[in-house]
Write a protein that binds this ligand. Structure first.
Ligand code: ADP
Length: 206
């Protein structure tokens, strides 16, 4: 893994188009990993990860916000994708968003998948497939929304551990070719708190 030292400082996100970097306060930061609390639709970055549903045709929460900000062309492209399985993801353009690409990941509904013991592997699958799509498409940066932690009911602490573990494993397997920055973009304080608590466990200070 790259340098894992954790430093509290202003977080710099380099926009895909080479314009001025965006700075967000109070991020945990190292060479590759960032945690921020922000509206994901405002990020100038190579890709953002949407918490979509199986239809990929929009919904509430972050999905609705992304479709509103991207404009109707996003819906039109999503219509051509024939939906997406839970635990996987598909990629589209970003249209009117400052992000170049949107990766639409379909997270598990917590309680129903937990009953079958599938919640962890399905959520992990979303993170893994999103990272694979970013690498396949030559993207340098990816910002994840806190998949499944809204109406799908996945507890923030557990979800952050699945996310951090999957990203760490992906780097350890040497699969993160060209990926320079992974951002965990939270909206609610409870989710940011979970990342601040669990990040040092998976990306320990050196
Ligand atoms: P899910 O159905 O996967 O639970 P939600 O959209 O309900 O999806 O929630 C996923 C996460 O997205 C939640 O943590 C929610 O707080 C967060 N969220 C909602 N709006 C935004 C936004 N504009 N930017 C970033 N995250 C958001």
């Amino acid at each position: 893994l790259p340098t894992l030292s954790l430093l509290y400082k202003l977080n710099r996100i380099n926009p895909a188009d080479g314009s001025e970097p965006a700075y967000t306060p109070n991020a945990i930061f190292n060479d590759k990993i960032s945690v921020i609390k922000q509206d994901i639709t405002t990020l100038s970055i190579d890709s953002i990860v949407n918490a979509a549903n199986n239809t990929l045709l929009g919904g509430g929460g972050v999905d609705g916000a992304i479709h509103r900000a991207a404009g109707p062309d996003l819906y039109d492209e999503c219509e051509t994708l024939n939906g997406c399985e839970t635990g996987s993801a598909k990629i589209t353009d970003g249209y009117e968003l400052p992000a170049k690409k949107v990766i639409h990941a379909v997270g598990p509904i917590y309680w129903s998948t937990k009953r079958e013991g599938k919640h962890t592997s399905l959520l992990s699958g979303c993170y893994r497939k999103s990272l694979e799509l970013a690498v396949e498409n030559g993207l340098k940066s990816i910002a994840f929304s806190a998949l499944s932690t809204g109406v799908y009911g996945y507890p923030s602490g557990e979800a952050s551990e699945v996310a951090l573990n999957t990203v760490r494993t992906f780097f350890e397997e040497g699969k993160a070719d060209g990926l320079e920055r992974v951002v965990f973009c939270n909206f609610l304080q409870k989710d940011e708190d979970a990342y601040f608590k669990n990040l040092p466990k998976y990306f320990p200070p050196v």
